[in-house]
Design a binder for this molecule. Structure first.
Ligand code: PHE
Length: 442
C-alpha cells in the first residue's frame, strides 16, 4: 500500500494540473488529447513496467540497479538520471512555489479580480523577481527537510487524503464549469478530434505527447525504479501500474474539463496563456464562484502538497546517488544537492524564458532519452530476467510476457526514437528562434 501511495504521489503533481492543460492548449486541444491518451496506454503503461521490474529485481537505487544488471556504457545511465533530476527539480520547485504563493494570496486577500486581465497581471507579479524567488526557496527548503529527515512515510499518508480530495475538488469545479455558456465550445475543442489538424501537425504533437506522458508518469529518470525497489515479490506489478496510470490520467483529463470552459468563458484563446493557463482560468473563476476564496485556498494548497510528493521523489534519486557513490551521509547530501538545485532554478524566477529552456529540454529530450535507454536495456539486455520478474506475483503469463518484451523491444523503441528526434528538432528551433531573439534583445 505504501508503495502505491508513494508512486501515485510521485506521478500526480504539476504534470497533471499545471502542465497538462497548457500543453494541451498549445498543441490543438482534442488532437493532443487523443495522441497523449494513446501514448500513455500503449507506451506509458509498458514503460512503467520496465522501471518496475528493474527496481524490484535488484532492490537497489537506479544507479546501483543498472550497474548490477548491465556493464560497460550502461553504467553511465545513472549519470543521465541525475542530470535529468537536477534540471526538472530546479524549475519544478519554482512552479510549485507559485502554488504556495497563490494559496497565501487567497488567505490574505482572497481572489478578488476584475477579470482575466487582472488575473494575468497577478500571474506576472507572482512569477517574476523576489516574489518568485522567495517561494522557490520555501518549497526547496521543504523538499530538502523531508528528504534529509527521511520522513517520506509521512508524506505517503498525506497522499491518501490529498489525491481523493484533489479529484473531488476538480470534479466539483468541472461541474460548475459545465454550467458556463462557453462550456459547449470548450468541450468540442477538447474532445472532438480534428484528424486533419493532427495529420498536419503530428511532428510537433507527437514529441509533446511523449514528453508529457513520461513527465506525468514520472518515467525516464529512475523514480519508479527507486520506488519499486521496496516492493515484495507478491505484488502484481501490472495491476499496480494500471492503478497508477489510470489515476494519473484521470486527474489530468478532469483538469481539462475545468480549465478550458473557464478559458473559453473569459474569451482567452486556449493556446495563448502558456504556463499561466491554470492560474488565469482558476483565479478568475475563484473570484466569481460562491465560496471561491475557500475553494481556491484548498485547491492551491492541495496542488502544493501534490507537488511536494513529486518533488521528493526526484530529490530522493539524486540524494541516494550521492549517498551510495560518495559515501556522503543523508543530511549533507540532501542539503548540498538541494542548494545546487535551488541555484539552478534561480534564472526561472528572473525570466520565464528559462522555464521554456529547462522544461523543453527535460521533457522533450531528456526524459524521452532516459525512457528509450531503459526500454532498450530491458528489451535487449535483460529480457529473460525482466519477463520472469514481471510474472512474480502474477503467475505464468504465457505468451503475454513475451509479447510485452517484444512491444518494448521494437514498437516502443521506434515510436520513442521518432519522438526523440522530433523533440530535438523542436528544441533546436526554440534555441535558434525564441531563445535567440530573447538573448538578442538583452
Ligand atoms: N510526475 C510528476 C508530475 O506529474 C513529475 C515528475 C517527473 C516526478 C519526473 C518525478 C520524475 O508532477
Amino acid at each position: 500500500m505504501g508503495f502505491i501511495l508513494a508512486a501515485v504521489g510521485s506521478a500526480v503533481g504539476l504534470g497533471n494540473i499545471w502542465r497538462f492543460p497548457f500543453i494541451t492548449g498549445q498543441y490543438g486541444g482534442s488532437s493532443f488529447l487523443i495522441t497523449y491518451l494513446a501514448f500513455v496506454a500503449l507506451i506509458g503503461f509498458p514503460a512503467i513496467l520496465v522501471e518496475f521490474v528493474i527496481g524490484r529485481y535488484t532492490n537497489l537505487n537506479p544507479v546501483g540497479a543498472i550497474r548490477e544488471l548491465g556493464s560497460g556504457a550502461w553504467n553511465y545511465l545513472g549519470w543521465l538520471f541525475v542530470a535529468i533530476g537536477f534540471v526538472i527539480l530546479s524549475y519544478y520547485s519554482v512552479v510549485a512555489g507559485w502554488f504556495l504563493r497563490y494559496t497565501l494570496i487567497g488567505v490574505i486577500d482572497g481572489y478578488t479580480l476584475a477579470g482575466p486581465e487582472e488575473a494575468g497581471q497577478l500571474f506576472g507579479t507572482v512569477t517574476t523577481g523576489l516574489d518568485s524567488l522567495l517561494f522557490h526557496a520555501v518549497f526547496m527548503a521543504l523538499v530538502i527537510g523531508i528528504i534529509a529527515a527521511g520522513v517520506r512515510k509521512g508524506i505517503e499518508v498525506g497522499v491518501k487524503v490529498m489525491v481523493p480530495a484533489i479529484i473531488a475538488l476538480l470534479v466539483g469545479l468541472a461541474a460548475y464549469a459545465f454550467t458556463l455558456d462557453a462550456s459547449g465550445a470548450a468541450y468540442s475543442y477538447y474532445l472532438s478530434p480534428d484528424f486533419e489538424y493532427l495529420l498536419a501537425n503530428w511532428t510537433s504533437i507527437l514529441p509533446a505527447a511523449a514528453g508529457q506522458a513520461f513527465f506525468t508518469l514520472s518515467l525516464g529518470m529512475g523514480v519508479m525504479i527507486t520506488y519499486a525497489s521496496y516492493l515484495g515479490e507478491d505484488r502484481n506489478l501490472a495491476s499496480d501500474a494500471g492503478v497508477i496510470v489510470a489515476l494519473d490520467t484521470l486527474i489530468a483529463v478532469i483538469v481539462g474539463f475545468v480549465v478550458f470552459p473557464f478559458l473559453f468563458a473569459a474569451g482567452i484563446e486556449p493556446g495563448g496563456p502558456g504556463a499561466s493557463a491554470i492560474f488565469v482560468s482558476l483565479t478568475s473563476a475563484f473570484s466569481t464562484i460562491p465560496g471561491g476564496r475557500l475553494i481556491g485556498i484548498v485547491f492551491f494548497a492541495m496542488v502544493g502538497i501534490a507537488a511536494l510528493s513529486s518533488a521528493i521523489s526526484i530529490l530522493e534519486v539524486l540524494v541516494s546517488y550521492l549517498i551510495d557513490e560518495a559515501g556522503v551521509s543523508r543530511v549533507p547530501a540532501a542539503t548540498a544537492i538541494g542548494v545546487a538545485v535551488f541555484l539552478l532554478g534561480v534564472p526561472v524566477t528572473v525570466d520565464l524564458i528559462f522555464l521554456d529552456l529547462y522544461d523543453k529540454l527535460a521533457d522533450g529530450i531528456l526524459l524521452v532519452l532516459g525512457s528509450l535507454l531503459l526500454a532498450l536495456f530491458v528489451g535487449w539486455v535483460i529480457p529473460d530476467i525482466a519477463r520472469e520478474e514481471l510474472q512474480k506475483g502474477i503467475g505464468d503469463l504465457g505468451g503475454l510476457g513475451t509479447a510485452w518484451i517484444w512491444i518494448v523491444r521494437v514498437p516502443i523503441v521506434i515510436v520513442v526514437v521518432v519522438s526523440l528526434y522530433l523533440g530535438i528538432v523542436d528544441y533546436a528551433d526554440f534555441l535558434t528562434g525564441s531563445f535567440a531573439e530573447w538573448l538578442a534583445a538583452r
